[in-house]
Design a protein around this ligand. Sequence first.
Ligand code: DGY
Length: 323
Amino acid sequence: MPKVFVTRKIPDAGIRMLEQKGYAVAVSAKDGVLTKDELGQELQGKQYDALLSLLTDKIDGAILDAAGAQLKIVANYAVGYDNFALADFKQRNIYATNTPDVLTNTVAEHAFGLILSIAQRIAEGDRFTRAGKYHGWQPMLLLGNDLYKKTLGILGLGRIGSRVAHHGSRGFDMPVIYYDVRRNEAFEKEYNATFMATPEELLARADFVSVHVPLLPTTHHLMNAERLGMMKKTAYLINTSRGPIIDEAALVEALRTKVIRGAALDVFEKEPDLAPGLAELENVVLTPHTASATEETRAAMSEVAARNIIEALEGRVPPNALS
Ligand code: DGY
């Protein structure tokens, strides 16, 4: 009977699919992230055929070797897979998979929630009201900014970036500009969008910069002090991708000194820690890496991860194979 190890409790849907196949499924008993040593110990000598991992699990050659030669697949419960050392998977002929598509809408909705929240000062207004500071309507209280006709800059036009662009263009009449390593003329036509040849050009023109590039050596600190300085003073930065794409200390400084107007972040450079000073700023909205956290989407991610495992264990190429 094939054996599967799940590194932390996830929605039941996928677990049920695996159990219905007759697999023996073990879910980590720890209500927290397993350290690398703990994960290695969990796997050592247990002969698991498949591992269902989270984005907080670093999976490299040492972990794959601890699992043993029978391991066929590691299915990540995330679309991002910067936690995988893919070369190590390839070397050992082990499938790595992710969960694209099912979370596109949810993350794009969250990104838009962040855009609205920072521009219309919704989270700040909530804090203000709860603190008992609201003593009656005032003409100058908590003035924010409209989205209507403001330029939306998409850094990275993948599935999620395109969906955020769709919401901005169709929902709020925002002109869309984008930067990506690949130009997409069909997208330009559909949304009357403009391709920027460099990130710098986009930063100089956008009123809202929404980050959707994957974390790679080339995108680490893509938003550093210099590039933050290229943004409009009135602009907002939104990140639902991966924290290390922004130099968070530089962002704190830029927000404090009003180099840009505000930021809204779902991801952080050293999760779960925040850069010193970030949480004290009023001109930021922060959410705890929950952009994909709806009941529907997390259940769907669980099913996609399970489907990838089933396909691999039944001898087929899993639909979301990365290696
Ligand atoms: C992912 O799947 O990569 C997201 O960051 C989860 O929210």
